[in-house]
Design a protein around this ligand. Structure first.
Ligand code: ASP
Length: 454
């Protein structure tokens, strides 16, 4: 049995829904279908979720924004017209959306999540209606009715473990299950969403709950590529990679599959197959527990910008008990998360995503680190890019680090930082943002020789 999830661009128009219908009905093993809200139809189109966020913000500030609400409804209406669906479904969507927008706003975060979630919820209802009209037994299932319970963390819900047992009961349903992605319910019956692009997470939770044999994730690319195609033209496709490799790649900019979505499937040992709705015959990418490492040490190269580093040095730091804990505790008190902490004898560097800090917070942080740790030096460096060179086979290959750093030095890239965890699934290089693309191309050329550079 398979759980299959379709992303927003696969559901953006009637023509796309026809493809989805063909894919789902082509394989009787496809039992549960998780759907996103309608996404972009063309590159500068707006996703329904973004329209809904704007709409909720207006209602929170001004109490009305009917034209924005109508823009959302029109997205569903356009699909219904294209597919010749009975318009009663659109009238339902309209009255439900206006009721929601006019509902209680005493908790703005809760309100926002409920409005955001309506994007997928209404789409699931519309898609179920379309499948039924095509003569297929299909039923919209609400996460509430199915028992998908989550924590009360608006915009970044976590699944509660008992949900899996509840979801297992859906196995007994006849016909197709059409399930909205992106949100669950708290024990207090409030809607809370996962982080953005979280329908991938719903799909993985449902696959785990239903004990599916495969989780198929349909998107709009043929495969996960070994490097960002906007940096290197026509990069090599990855046909198979492990959960750990996928996690490392999606951490640093690979957005094909949500990094949080790997966990439920990984724990349940369910392989994930990434495929293209617009080209379902393409092989796609399979994410598995282990693989044969036959094609070189490196499977992919990822990179992301927007990092900063905080360098803290203090003479004899290595002998001071609790130094690292105290430094990280200050970060915790300031509500900051960190990414990496490479360290030396008398210094540690803390790497963070810079968008968490404004200049006031940065100034306070530096003052506190200096004073409370009695540090000799605290320096913040901005505009760092992190490059991850990823591959399970690095463990068994001598010299991968040497090859990478040689390639970077020959390309004239100054390495600000190197970090390799003991897991040896990845190697991280910190470089200046302006050298990111150049560095990635040099590494790609080294490990995937004979490629066309853009
Ligand atoms: N529609 C939501 C978003 O745009 C969730 C998703 O598409 O997975 O973030």
């Amino acid at each position: 049995m398979k759980v299959v999830k379709f992303g927003g661009s696969s559901l953006a128009s009637g023509a796309q829904l026809e493809k989805v219908f063909q894919i789902v009905t082509a394989d009787p093993a496809r039992k549960a279908v998780v759907v996103s809200a309608p996404g972009k139809r063309f590159s500068d189109d707006t996703k329904v979720t973004d329209l809904l966020i704007r709409c909720a913000e207006h209602y929170l500030q001004k109490g009305v924004a009917p034209e924005l609400a109508e823009t959302v409804i029109e997205r569903y209406a356009a699909i219904a017209r294209e597919l010749n669906l009975d318009f009663s479904i659109i009238e339902r969507i309209r009255s439900d959306l206006f009721a929601l927008l006019n509902s209680c706003k005493t908790n703005p975060e809760q309100y926002m999540d409920a409005v955001k979630a309506s994007g997928e919820d209404n789409n699931a209802k519309l898609i179920a209606a379309y499948f039924r009209r095509q003569g297929v037994k299909a039923e919209y299932v609400s996460p509430k009715e199915a028992g998908l319970f989550v924590t009360d963390e608006p915009g970044s819900a976590q699944v509660l473990p008992e949900s899996y047992g509840h979801l297992y009961r859906l196995r007994n349903r006849e016909g197709l299950i059409i399930f909205p992605g992106f949100f669950g319910y708290t024990k207090e019956h409030e809607i809370v969403t996962f982080s953005r692009s979280g329908s991938d997470i719903t799909g993985s939770i449902l696959a785990s709950g239903l004990k599916a044999d495969l989780y198929e994730n349909f998107t709009d690319v043929d495969a996960v590529y070994s490097v960002n195609p906007s940096i290197v033209r026509h990069p090599k496709e990855i046909n198979e990679l492990t959960y750990r490799e996928m996690r490392e790649l999606s951490y640093a900019g690979f957005s094909v599959f949500h990094d949080e979505a790997l966990i439920p499937a990984f724990r349940a040992g369910i392989p994930v197959q990434i495929k293209n709705t617009n080209n379902p015959d393409a092989k796609g990418t399979r994410v598995v527990s282990s693989r044969d490492n036959t094609n070189g040490p490196v499977i992919g190269i990822a990179s992301d910008t927007g990092f900063c580093s905080i360098y803290i040095s203090k003479y004899l730091m290595n002998r001071e008990i609790g130094f690292g804990r105290k430094a990280l505790h200050i970060l915790e008190e300031e509500g900051l998360t960190y990414e990496h902490v490479p360290s030396g004898i008398d210094d540690i560097t803390i790497i963070l995503r810079h968008n968490q800090m404004d200049s006031e917070l940065e100034h306070r942080l530096v003052t506190r680190l200096k004073q409370e740790l009695q540090a000799d030096e605290v320096t913040v460096r901005h505009n760092l890019a992190l490059i991850m060179v990823v591959g399970e086979a690095m463990r068994h290959n001598v010299g991968t680090t040497a090859r990478a750093s040689k390639a970077l030095s020959e390309a004239g890239v100054n390495i600000e930082m190197i970090n390799q965890g003991s897991s040896e699934v990845s190697m991280m290089f910190g470089v200046k943002e302006e050298q990111e693309k150049h560095a990635v191309r040099a590494l790609y050329d080294e490990f995937f020789a004979g490629v066309l550079l853009s």
